[in-house]
Design a binder for this molecule. Structure first.
Ligand code: NAD
Length: 244
């Protein structure tokens, strides 16, 4: 299926996990990619039609730079995937203001800034798609992840509100409420991050966690014209974890 062939996509957090799978899947299907990440491992993704951008998405001017790079290399921007995200495990009473602000800066504020610059670049084309990687934690709570749930709640509501503004310009904005996926996101907070996620996922009705490629497939769909009637949706992809 070549539904994203020829499109130019900016993917944040593309060095590992879900973002890496998204960048590679869209590229395999013929999209041109700017792959942005703070981790130098992103440089290893370099290949014809895929340009790595080593950058901290929270820095002033990062979003302008990333969108500018898409236009410089490929002449336009059609798709933005706000995927970069971080988590900490701390109870509210143990959480510093810096902890809180760092999580919001990456998961919510940088996504807002990338959305703003992407929409400005897409408006003259009267087309485009934004996919935000939210979480089942956008709606459901767990002890020790208040900063994360708040940031992902903000991302879901940014998605829904921006969708109403952007559709006037032919731009669709949607999000995915991702469940447990086997990645390295918990590596700084538990001993065996991927193992923890694999085990936690067993509690979902499907009985397992997802692989990153299963989320990338949904991004490809939402980014394509096949999702032409989807505006402001937060699609759950959580193996049934939140159905009951
Ligand atoms: P990951 O840690 O493998 O990937 C996240 C990427 O974001 C990393 O490459 C990291 O370097 C990058 N990043 C972090 N801060 C950055 C910054 N300031 N600037 C640029 N890049 C930065 O984790 P993942 O599981 O693939 O996470 C991807 C997204 O999926 C996140 O938004 C996460 O919240 C979301 N998510 C993951 C799960 C899960 O179970 N893995 C569940 C729900 C939602």
């Amino acid at each position: 299926v070549q539904e994203v062939a020829g499109k130019v996509a900016l993917v944040t957090g593309a060095a590992s996990g879900i973002g890496r799978a998204i960048a590679l899947l869209l590229h395999d299907r013929g999209a041109k990619i700017i792959a942005e990440d703070i981790n130098p491992a992103v440089e290893k993704l370099a290949r014809p039609g895929l340009v790595p951008l080593l950058a901290d998405i929270t820095k002033d001017g990062a979003a302008e730079c990333a969108v500018g790079l898409a236009i410089e290399h490929f002449g336009r921007l059609d798709v933005l995937v706000n995927n970069a995200g971080i988590i900490i495990n701390k109870r509210v009473v143990d959480m510093s203001r810096e902890d809180w602000e760092r999580i919001q800066a990456v998961n919510a504020t940088a996504a807002f800034l990338h959305c703003r610059e992407a929409v400005k670049a897409m408006m003259p084309n009267r087309s485009g798609a934004i996919v935000n990687i939210a979480s089942y934690a956008s709606y459901f709570a767990f002890p020790t992840i208040a900063a994360y749930t708040a940031s992902k709640g903000a991302l879901a509501q940014l998605t829904r509100t921006l969708a109403l503004e952007a559709i006037e310009h032919g731009i669709r904005v949607n999000a995915i409420g991702v469940g447990d996926v086997v990645t390295n996101i918990l590596n700084d907070v538990v001993e065996d991050g991927p193992g923890f996620l694999a085990q936690h996922g067993e509690a979902a009705p499907i009985g397992r966690a997802a692989q990153p490629e299963e989320i990338a497939e949904i991004v490809a769909f939402l980014a394509s014209e096949r999702a032409s009637f989807m505006v402001g949706s937060v699609v759950m992809a959580d193996g049934g974890m939140t159905v009951t």
